[in-house]
Design a binder for this molecule. Structure first.
Ligand SMILES: Nc1ncnc2c1ncn2[C@@H]1O[C@H](COP(=O)(O)OP(=O)(O)OP(=O)(O)O)[C@@H](O)[C@H]1O
Ligand SMILES: [Mg+2]
Length: 397
């Protein structure tokens, strides 16, 4: 059950033309309000002042346990959040656009539709809450302009408050660009190269943490785009700080095969190199504005990948986009994709190698743009010179 009468995984949603969104019709929000009204007021949390509790979601976890000390400073109360409209749905629940302390935010409400349909509670089971807290701890340590900032966590109902990225997911943006010529025009090749560079820089930041953070679920829906077209990495729900062996724990693997490296299909653990493989698929999406393996059934993809097959890269004439002339550095870009999705993890470059390569491409594309600007200006200058000369000669006659 969606919070409102429309739903599609992977599609941003804030009402439809036939039925505009209205908060009073939002079943999820009404459900939360009803449940909160019937819940006993939470006890003041042990290490927080009494004033910071109440309204649902104080500093104690849903089962009354105190939060780990480094999380207490991140606690947000439900009544501090003004939710505006749902903007997306993921496997953990709905994402809303909202305002918190006069700041635009995104709020991930971690309540499943089934929970509401069955009239269940709005608190998470202990072990799930534990996972959520772990995710929050990882996110609260991330400070990069190439990663979506974690702003806080609400315990009841369980929510994560995140920096708001006005243009939604990269997946949604590329999907919309296929049908919206205005948007397609804005997604120039040089801008898309910059987007790839942003994502790679965010990943480099994660991999360079001590201990390194392996994302494990890098994909275009987990790359968000802000109002300035900057791309940021998000969703560390599957990421884990790497154990000393250099691998994430078993069982932390994303389930969508489109971005998964072949070694994951063989049952190996995710590593920094499997994130690089996922990045290759994102670069493929930035080039083609499509998901790979179009028309193929999901369960057949692993076999094709394991046999060494890779998504087909269309010839230049079939690539989408409104760029005039050939795409600068296209061959290098395609060669980079091919290196990043190499069968052997050891043959893939690291993000420390990918970032400078992409920066070179961004610079080359930028220079071409500057050249295009120079041309008309030079023409305008010559015409003006000629006009001045003509005016001068005529004046003398
Ligand atoms: N911080 C944010 N700012 C703006 N939009 C967001 C934000 N976070 C999520 N969204 C929107 O909500 C959608 C759903 O996000 P969510 O992370 O819950 O699901 P997902 O990434 O599609 O799948 P998964 O459950 O595997 O993470 C995104 O695709 C995006 O459109
Ligand atoms: Mg996500």
């Amino acid at each position: 059950m969606p919070p409102f009468s429309h739903s599609s995984k992977l599609t941003s949603t804030a009402g439809t033309a036939s039925s505009p969104y209205s908060k009073s019709n939002d079943l999820l929000l009404s459900y939360i309000t009803t449940k909160l009204a019937t819940m006993p007021q939470p006890q003041p949390p042990r290490a927080l002042s009494a004033g910071s509790a109440g309204g649902g979601g104080g500093g104690s976890s849903s089962n009354g346990r105190a939060l780990p000390e480094d999380m207490q400073r991140w606690v947000v109360r439900w009544d501090e959040l003004q939710l505006e409209a749902p903007i997306g749905q993921g496997s953990f629940g709905w994402v809303y656009k909202g305002v918190w302390n006069e700041t635009q935010v995104a709020v991930k409400v971690l309540i499943q539709s089934g929970q509401v349909e069955e009239g269940g509670g709005i608190e998470l089971p202990d072990e799930v809450m534990q996972e959520l807290l772990e995710e929050a701890v990882v996110m609260s340590h991330i400070r990069s302009s190439h990663c979506v900032n974690f702003l806080g966590i609400c315990m009841v109902p369980p929510c994560i408050v995140l920096e708001y990225c006005a243009q939604g997911s990269l997946f949604g943006l590329l999907h919309r660009a296929r049908h919206e010529p205005d948007l397609a025009r804005q997604l120039s090749w040089s801008r898309r190269l910059q987007m790839a560079l942003d994502a790679a820089t965010g990943m480099l930041y994660l991999h360079r943490r001590t201990p390194p953070i392996i994302h494990c679920d890098l994909k275009s829906p987990n790359l968000l785009v802000d109002e300035n077209w900057r791309v940021k990495v998000t969703d560390f729900n599957l990421s884990k700080t790497v154990k000393p062996a250099g691998e994430a724990s078993v069982g932390e693997v994303a389930s969508n095969p489109l971005w998964l490296a072949p070694e994951i299909f063989r049952g190996e653990k995710p590593t920094a190199a499997s994130d690089v493989f996922a990045f290759a698929v994102v670069c493929y999406e930035l080039l083609t504005w499509r998901l790979p393996w179009a028309g193929e059934t999901l369960f057949k993809i692993p076999r094709r990948m394991l046999s060494g097959e890779r998504p087909a890269i269309p010839p230049p004439a079939e690539l989408p986009g409104a760029d005039a002339g050939p795409l600068v550095g296209l061959e290098t870009y395609i060669a980079l994709i091919q290196k990043c999705w190499a069968a052997e993890p050891g043959d893939r470059p690291t993000f420390a190698e990918i970032v400078p390569k992409l920066r070179e491409l961004v610079n080359a594309a930028g220079q071409q743009l500057a050249g295009l600007w120079r041309l008309p200006r030079a023409t305008v200058f010559c015409v003006s010179l000629w006009q001045a000369f003509d005016w001068h000669v005529r004046g003398r006659r």
